[in-house]
Design a protein around this ligand. Structure first.
Ligand code: ADP
Ligand code: ZN
Length: 747
């Protein structure tokens, strides 16, 4: 059999980590079934493995070859447009092709989830017990600890397939934990009915105002000509961007073209979805992270078969197998959640949207009230078509913004206070009028640190270099990076053992809620943060409750900053506007500017005029000043000058090469070694920064180091990295992570 020849040969890229491409024979009866991107099963060292065909050729690169065992169902292939995109991504983001393919197809589709019965994993012990077990296992058996990490964060349970997707490991630690009685693995019937059965009214197109009209005309013009073009739709919240999207989609639909509409995960709320359903019911597929495996499988196939022509989803929806793709919309294009950061490929869905559209002669719309520096720069350079929407479409006026100096408020209050006088007066007025307020704070929990008054050290996580946050409701100190928890909080310092009592510091949303009740005992509040939205549907319910007037004040983290429309909200308080400005990251100012502008956009969207109060310790800070005036142009001018001066993106691309490992010395040395090799390989004009400790020096017992590279192009960096990887200088105990154009250079 080994000497046998075949009519054709195929190079196959396996799902498992074999970085070499392997050749297999194509049997005569398989000839019609295989092409680039077809999913196949092949023998590898005595076992059967799945993979994709990378190329078909007449002669193998080596002999003997064995044949492809099985061609998997024809609708699991990676379509030719996505295949081309994958090859580009692999080069650009410097990621192995098998990992890019993995990002392209949902796990349920790859796993051939044909039937509706699946295995479901649940906790068989309390969270507390499992948390203790998890700590015990952390250093002894990290695979089991990883499984428990995931299980500690799920509400009821999780599908086995999803669990394995998250841990990236095999099933055996799960089975071991089940045998120990820590977990239960059971068969469930997956309910595939869509999650959202909201009532909706069919709505008609609105008559566009002149700005909207002009923007739409330019978009439709490109659509009609099948011409690749990127349009940046720049307009404040409420200026009517969504109405332009809706009418552009309608145009694409009438021309028989498909649309992908990307929204940040957080704004995939009933409110957004309902708006699209009310225009296009029947044509829509919605992909969000709360879909079960089976639902995702079904939606993917509806899209693949062309039954759904409008796909709404978060980041990974950009890879939907849409037929005859005509339009890709990226709403809130400046959002960081479009960037994949933890796993290779570290792609940015906005950049993928533009590249995919280019390959398909499609049109892209990027929409934002605060465009990313990247997109605005591209518009100024003439690469994108810029359309501005001037004012609010529904005749609501812009809110007035007041900056409050918190240092002065502390003096007045003779000590710390979370609320300025102006803010309290404002809330009181709204309560009397029956209007609503939103309070925004970027921290959850009750206190952000517990520290020792004697040695001044804060209680840190045992596994991460980060302070533990106090959650009063659960009476625990918890790590927001790994889930480690201590309950009850220690009475004395674990570091110096001094007898002095410990002290709490720092304010989170949980405390703000309590504090506002102390000021106004009759006030009704709702809180939206990661702690109050753990259960499926709770986020939606809280928003619905607030929308129907069940509370005077909504308190929340960035989860409430985006895309919500509450006509009764006339006051927004930004409690700690400057907290991120102290992070040493070149994007810090941009982040703060965006946040203040976005949050302010929540005020006064109905007929009532809005007011925004921005509390800060840096009232003179130019970013805060410009944000409160919503003066994007001046902010852009200042910020782009800084980027230019330091060769930061978007002027020059950047790569972050990060390393993590359990042994700090070994991890650091590997980083140095790779850096040395890069210096040798890249031209002198590439700036390679020294190796530094990452913003979180340790996470889940792994030490982290990193360095940055800037230069005229990405490809030379990716190519050099690929060569370094291929030469296998890396120790298996150290993980190297390449992030091209990272959204965060510090953490
Ligand atoms: P954005 O997406 O920029 O936040 P929206 O498209 O949601 O703005 O528009 C804000 C509000 O104005 C919505 O209630 C919308 O229905 C309404 N609106 C948008 N365009 C028009 C228009 N041309 N005429 C009247 N109302 C409009
Ligand atoms: Zn931790």
């Amino acid at each position: 059999m080994n000497k046998k020849t075949y009519p054709k040969y195929a190079t196959v890229i396996l799902d498992i980590a074999v970085d070499k491409k392997l050749d297999y024979g194509v049997k005569p009866e398989q000839l019609d079934l295989v092409k680039k991107g077809t999913r196949v099963e092949v023998p590898v060292r005595g076992s059967l493995q799945k993979g994709y065909i990378f190329s078909i050729k007449d002669h193998p690169d080596f002999t003997p070859v064995v044949p492809i065992t099985r061609v998997l169902s024809e609708d699991e292939l990676i379509t030719s447009d996505l295949f081309e995109l994958a090859v580009w991504m692999s080069k650009y983001y410097c990621a192995p092709l098998r990992q890019v393919f993995k990002a392209l197809l949902p796990a349920s589709v790859r796993a051939e989830t044909k039937h509706k019965e699946q295995l479901f994993v649940m906790r068989a012990k309390t969270r507390g017990e499992l948390s203790v077990l998890c700590q015990e296992l952390r250093n002894k058996n990290s695979a089991q600890a990883d499984v428990l990490d995931v299980m500690l964060n799920v509400t009821k349970g999780i599908l086995l397939s999803e669990l394995l997707e998250e841990t990236g490991g095999s099933r055996s630690p799960v089975d071991t934990l089940a045998k120990k009685g820590a977990l239960i693995v059971d068969i469930v019937r997956v309910d595939r009915s869509p999650l959202i059965h909201e009532e909706y009214f069919l709505t008609k197109h609105k008559k566009l105002n002149p700005d909207q009209e002009q923007a739409l005309k330019a978009i439709v013009n490109a659509l009609d000509q099948n011409k690749f073009e990127t349009h940046l739709l720049f307009g404040v919240t409420g200026s009517g961007k969504t109405e332009v999207y809706l009418q552009a989609i309608d145009n694409a639909l009438k021309a028989g073209k498909g649309t992908i509409m990307l929204v940040p995960e957080i704004s995939l709320t009933a409110q957004t979805i309902e708006r699209f359903r009310s225009r296009f019911e029947g044509h829509i597929a919605i992909l969000h992270h709360r879909l079960s495996h089976g639902e995702r499988f079904d939606e993917w196939h509806r899209i693949y078969r062309g039954e759904a022509k409008i796909i709404i989803g978060a980041r990974s929806a950009v890879f939907s197998p849409v037929q005859n793709l005509g339009l890709i919309i990226v709403d809130e294009e400046h959002e960081n959640s479009y960037k994949q950061t933890e796993e290779a490929p570290c792609y940015h869905a906005r950049d993928i949207a533009v590249m995919r559209a280019k390959m398909s002669n499609a049109v892209v719309i990027l929409g934002s009230a605060t465009p990313s520096l990247e997109s605005y720069y591209n518009a100024k350079e003439g690469k994108y078509v810029l359309s501005k929407l001037g004012s609010r479409a529904d005749a609501a006026s812009m809110p007035t913004v007041t900056i409050v100096d918190m240092k002065r408020e502390f003096e007045k209050a003779k000590g710390y206070t979370s609320f300025s006088d102006a803010l309290l007066t404002g809330i009181k007025k709204r309560m009397a009028l029956g209007e609503q307020s939103i309070l925004f704070l970027n921290r959850r929990g009750y206190h952000t640190t517990l520290f020792c008054q004697s040695c001044q050290s804060g209680v840190k996580c045992n596994h991460c270099d980060v302070s533990l946050t106090f959650h009063k409701g659960d009476n625990i100190l918890a790590c927001h990076l790994c889930g480690y928890a201590v309950s009850p909080p220690p009475q004395h310092c674990p570091t110096c053992k001094a007898p002095d009592p410990m002290k709490f510091r720092g304010v989170g949303t949980e405390q703000i809620e309590k504090a506002i009740h102390a000021v106004f005992p009759e006030i009704k509040t709702l809180r939206i943060d990661a702690d109050t939205t753990k259960h499926k549907g709770s986020h939606q319910k809280l928003l619905r409750d607030f929308g129907s007037g069940k509370a005077d004040v909504l308190i929340g983290t960035q989860m409430i900053a985006k895309g919500l429309h509450f006509p009764q909200v006339t006051l927004v308080g930004v409690l700690n506007s400057d907290s991120s400005l102290n992070i040493p990251d070149f994007r810090a100012s941009e982040t703060v500017f965006q946040l203040i502008t976005q949050v302010s956009g929540r005020a006064g969207r109905g007929a009532l005029k809005g007011e925004v109060i921005v509390q800060t310790h840096m009232p003179e800070n130019p970013t805060i000043q410009l944000a409160s005036k919503q003066d994007y142009e001046s902010f852009y001018a200042e910020e782009i000058a800084v980027r230019q001066a330091f060769n930061y993106p978007p002027l020059r691309p950047m790569g972050k090469i990060a390393f993590s490992g359990t042994d700090p010395k070994e991890t650091y040395e590997t980083a140095e070694q790779v850096r040395g090799l890069l210096i040798g390989q890249l031209p002198a004009e590439y700036e390679i920064n020294p190796v530094i400790t990452a913003g979180h020096a340790k996470v889940k017992d792994k030490y982290r180091f990193q360095f940055l590279i800037r230069g005229p192009g990405i490809y030379p960096i990716s190519k050099a990295m690929e060569q370094i990887r291929a030469r296998a200088v890396l120790r298996s105990s150290v993980r190297m992570h390449v992030d091209i154009n990272p959204v965060s250079t510090f953490f």
